[in-house]
Design a binder for this molecule. Structure first.
Ligand code: F3S
Length: 306
């Protein structure tokens, strides 16, 4: 019997197998926008419409193939502030990735007269604005998230000395709002919602004058829910993504719980034809750093070859 999964793209092959590709597989809106922006900048430099060379501040995504392809097209990854300061003045374009950066980084680039192509995800940009406004109004700000995540480092860089990052219950319990200050609470976009609620609860119990802004983006959660639903309806499930990608590992675990025949692959080369050759329905999903062409290649092979 064929499996048709509502709301997702389904394709029938002559043998009667149905292959379902999750709509949310691969890049989220912000990452896709950032990657496209790099290719647009390459084109603009080629056409003489933008200043080369092109740099990205940090790898644009955690996918070696994409980063290598961009390097071949002349894009250099810069990793540190020192790298930015060492750039020749008034030359080149620095692309800021979807995670965003602190105000300080914009200042360095502006001072050096380097063009900025800003691919900060609009959802992250919104958090920068909130933190900036509340800090300027004299409020204390708590960012709930992982302190060393680049997105959180960027958000923190829009605050001031009264801006703090809190990651766990003990930190929330020990936090004291400075005398006479109002408190504003925001979140890293990929933070777990339940954990966020628990930490906010701790502040509310202390009776602070608090404004809570839930800035969690639901792209990750939507990808996981769709993967779970598809995996529960197919005979075999394929999860595509880098071996060290934590969001892909999580997707694999979710799918494996629903479907015993779940396969974790990086590219089509890792897929054993025997694993799917005899099944009637196959589902495909992919982690947040998996480009469309890799997903398409797996899809085509599962439909036509295996
Ligand atoms: Fe992606 Fe932007 Fe959400 S980068 S995960 S769409 S905050």
């Amino acid at each position: 019997m064929n499996a048709q999964v509502k709301g997702a793209a389904s394709f029938e092959i002559p043998e009667g197998r149905t292959v379902t590709v999750a709509k949310t597989a691969g890049f989220c809106f912000g990452v896709e926008r950032a990657v496209n922006q790099v290719y647009e900048q390459i084109k603009a430099v080629k056409e003489g419409k933008a200043e080369g060379p092109i740099y990205t501040y940090g790898p644009i995504i955690h996918n070696e193939e994409v980063v290598r392809d961009l390097e071949e097209k002349g894009v250099t990854v810069l990793d540190t502030e020192e790298d930015l300061k060492a750039l020749p003045e008034g030359k080149g374009t620095v692309i800021i990735r979807s995670h965003g950066v602190s105000r300080h980084i914009y200042d360095i680039l502006k001072e050096r007269g380097i063009r900025i192509a800003d691919a900060t995800c609009p959802f992250v940009k919104k958090i920068h604005r909130i933190v900036d406004e509340h800090a300027a109004a004299g409020d204390a700000v708590v960012i709930i998230g992982s302190p060393f995540h680049p997105e959180v480092e960027g958000i923190r860089g829009w605050g001031n000395t009264y801006t703090t990052v809190i990651e766990n219950e003990a930190e929330a319990q020990n936090y004291v709002v400075p005398e006479g200050k109002k408190l504003c609470v925001v979140s890293q976009t990929t933070f777990n919602y339940n954990k966020f609620q628990d930490l906010v609860e701790k502040f509310l119990k202390k009776g602070y004058d608090i404004s809570v802004l839930n800035t969690i983006c639901n792209a990750t959660q939507e990808r996981q829910s769709e993967a779970r639903r598809i995996a529960s309806e197919v005979d075999a499930m394929i999860v595509i993504g880098g071996k060290s990608s934590s969001n892909t590992q999580k997707l694999y675990e979710i799918c494996r719980r629903e479907c015993e025949n779940t396969y974790y692959i990086q590219t089509v080369d890792d897929l054993e034809p025997e694993s799917v050759s005899s099944v009637r329905s196959v589902g495909i999903t992919a982690g947040a750093s998996t480009p469309k062409n890799i997903i398409k290649e797996v899809h085509t092979n599962v439909r036509i070859k295996f």
